[in-house]
Write a protein that binds this ligand. Structure first.
Ligand code: NAD
Length: 333
């Protein structure tokens, strides 16, 4: 049994990670800046702390006496959030910096950092037929402005803390993670959850149209949360020194993603394309040669299976009386 700190535990991915680590018998301290009643999942078996991890002193208090840190805390969201909040995204650099200093000074054995496909050079993502981004494609650096640069810098910092201070740091570059117990409204949601929400709202209100950001031909891959949680742990406890892609290589266009959700819902909507909405890069996929080589595994849960579980969860949340009134009126657009 290890003593593990999970940062960002009130969020989507870390909430699932805390549950899994507890299931494996570890002693977990879960930390997030949000009040406990706003956490997506609360594990009563964990030591749950509400702390702003941008502050150095809070990081030291959070990790003292523990063996390992998973840092998944960041001020982030989908394209709509990161394109309009670049400075806020970059301030997350304080979280990783202070957690690394605390790791060095408090004798932490292992440190995981959640990076992103947004570190990749934008010039390598201009084609919808993306062959997949190899880990080396992060350089020469031309990351997503704001959010992506912060991730690239923090990755680099993990590397130098390993080289200079001997901390075992591990880094994964997540490609679009989706699943239950995540954001599906409010402006920070990503495409899979946003599309589910719009189609569920339409099924309730009788709306006939769906608004899609961009022309719908932009491509992405999406990784189901269970694959992500397995990958995080396998990378954390591996010997892999360099940042590794953690993503599905099942690439689809946004139109194909809408097709999948419409099939699940059992009806179709008229598509309207908002060409002025934030769209991100034109084509992105995860190239998985290295993860297959190192771990003999890659994320493989089919998109349509994961989307079905995600859709069902979001539908249940929306149909919940207290939530439905708020969400349908606010976000049916
Ligand atoms: P999330 O927003 O659901 O979770 C992040 C959590 O960090 C939130 O609960 C937030 O309150 C917390 N946080 C923010 N600032 C904090 C602070 N100062 N102190 C303490 N906690 C703070 O996001 P997620 O989707 O679970 O993402 C987790 C990590 O994975 C993030 O680092 C994110 O950048 C990275 N990532 C996610 C995706 C994805 O598709 N979800 C893709 C690439 C990278």
């Amino acid at each position: 049994m290890k003593k593990i700190v999970v940062a960002g535990a009130g969020g989507f991915i870390a909430g699932h990670l805390v549950k899994e680590l507890i299931k494996k018998g570890h002693s977990v301290r879960a930390v997030d800046i949000k009040p406990l009643n706003e956490w997506y999942q609360v594990s009563n078996e964990a030591d749950n702390l509400v702390l702003d991890l941008r502050l150095r002193e809070n990081c030291y208090n959070a990790v003292n006496g523990y063996n390992e840190i998973f840092n998944l805390a960041a001020d982030m969201g989908g394209m709509g959030f990161i394109e309009n909040n670049k400075a806020a995204c970059m301030i997350s650099v304080l979280i990783n910096t202070h957690l690394l200093l605390a790791a060095r000074d408090c004798g932490i054995d292992r440190f995981f950092y959640a990076s992103s496909a947004c570190v990749y050079n934008g010039e390598k993502q201009t084609d919808t037929n993306s062959p997949g981004l190899k880990e080396a494609d992060a350089y020469p650096a031309l990351a997503e402005d704001g959010y992506g640069w912060e991730k690239l810098f923090s990755e680099r910092m993990c590397r130098h803390f390993r080289e200079d201070f001997g901390i075992t740091t591990r880094v994964a570059r997540f490609h679009n993670v989706y699943g239950p117990h995540g954001t599906f409204d409010g402006g920070r949601e990503k495409a899979p959850a946003a599309i589910c929400r719009k189609i569920i709202d339409a099924s309730i209100t009788g709306e006939k149209d769906i608004i899609i950001w961009g022309d719908g031909h932009q491509t992405r891959s999406f990784m189901y949360i269970d694959d992500c949680i397995k990958g995080i742990q396998d990378i954390m406890y591996s010997d892999i020194l360099e940042p590794l892609n953690l993503g599905s290589s099942e690439m689809v266009s946004i139109n194909q993603l809408v097709d999948i959700v419409e099939d699940i819902a059992g009806f179709k909507l008229k598509r309207k394309y908002d060409l002025d909405a934030p769209k991100g890069v034109r084509g992105r996929n995860s190239e998985n040669t290295l993860i297959k080589q190192y771990l003999k595994w890659e994320p493989s849960i089919p998109l349509k299976d994961g989307m079905k579980k995600t859709y069902d969860w979001i539908k249940e949340e929306i149909l919940d009386d207290s939530k439905s009134k708020k969400q349908i009126s606010k976000y049916n657009k």
